[in-house]
Design a binder for this molecule. Sequence first.
Ligand code: MG
Length: 374
Amino acid sequence: MQDVTLILLGAGRSSRFKLPVKKQWLWSGDAPVWLNLVSSFEKIYNFKKIVIVSSEIDILAMSKFSNHQFIVGGSTRQESLKRGLSVVDTPFVLVSDIARCCLDREMVERVIELREVGASVVPTLKPTDTLYLNSTPLNRDEVRIIQTPQLSCTTTLKRALDSTDREFTDDSSALSAVGGRVIFTEGSRDAHKLTTVDDLSRMSCLKRPSRRPLVGFGVDIHPFESGKRMYLCGVEIESPFGFKAHSDGDVAIHAVIDALLGASGIGDIGELFPDTSSRYRDIRSTELLKEVHSLLKSFGYLVGNIDITIIAERPKLMRYKRMMRFNLADILDLTPNLINIKATTSEKLGWIGRGEGVAVEAVATLYYYDWTAK
Ligand code: MG
């Protein structure tokens, strides 16, 4: 019977995780941590639905990798959970953090099996250390360490979260606050949550990221428009006209952005920066490239190299090529040899030959950030 929905919470900002990569976007082999977790859960149980709660920008990327349901999260864990619960139509819901890399299959099965027994099923561990409350030693047998994932009765959990503005540290404390019966089951020492960089050494289920180079290709075309400044690769070009565009029309940077996004598998420039948005009107494309670069870094990608061909009858670009190379190298934190700029004409053929506009083709390679080398 498909009576359980899985909610994966991943809207937090990984602020305790001091790497340039968001923890859910560390790569293991050829899959990010969050996608590995989804496949592990799918192998354990046939959930009616898997709901992934994350930030809008993460969802733009994640939705290219997985066809589960995505919900934009809120500013707190509880708000994100409420939003996730709004699309749950099963009597039970299992909630997990998205940066939990290693799942203990038997523990998850134990939690799900007990779903009819209480309002909440919680895996727990007995502490092995001696514990004090202020200056009084505690009886270890009476203390439990609470783990996740926890299973809840959907209506009771919704009621618990709607009944108060108090922030609960986990689902079982919200449920017990409204009188829900909490059932404990044996947890697992292998069920680690990824919170800080130091946790990585304990994640035996994570593999080293694949070293395959990812290749992307980008093309862009813009017609000339008089009265505008012309920019190519962020360099101002002396010209009586610029490019007709919503942004500054830097056709070369647009092709580079599409090549980078192509290599990452997360779409194209129009999805990220829609030309219907007033935020991007007349924006310098160098700003867009900086934004794409930091986004790719947060998703665990590093740029390998870029090769660009600008096809233009006019203006002549020879004297700008070096500046273009250094400019892009600076934005992308690369040594200049990893950026190549080529300029060619179309031998007077077609609209380029008639001097009506410029086309640019770009190729980029990306690599996964190797967190094992840290
Ligand atoms: Mg364009």
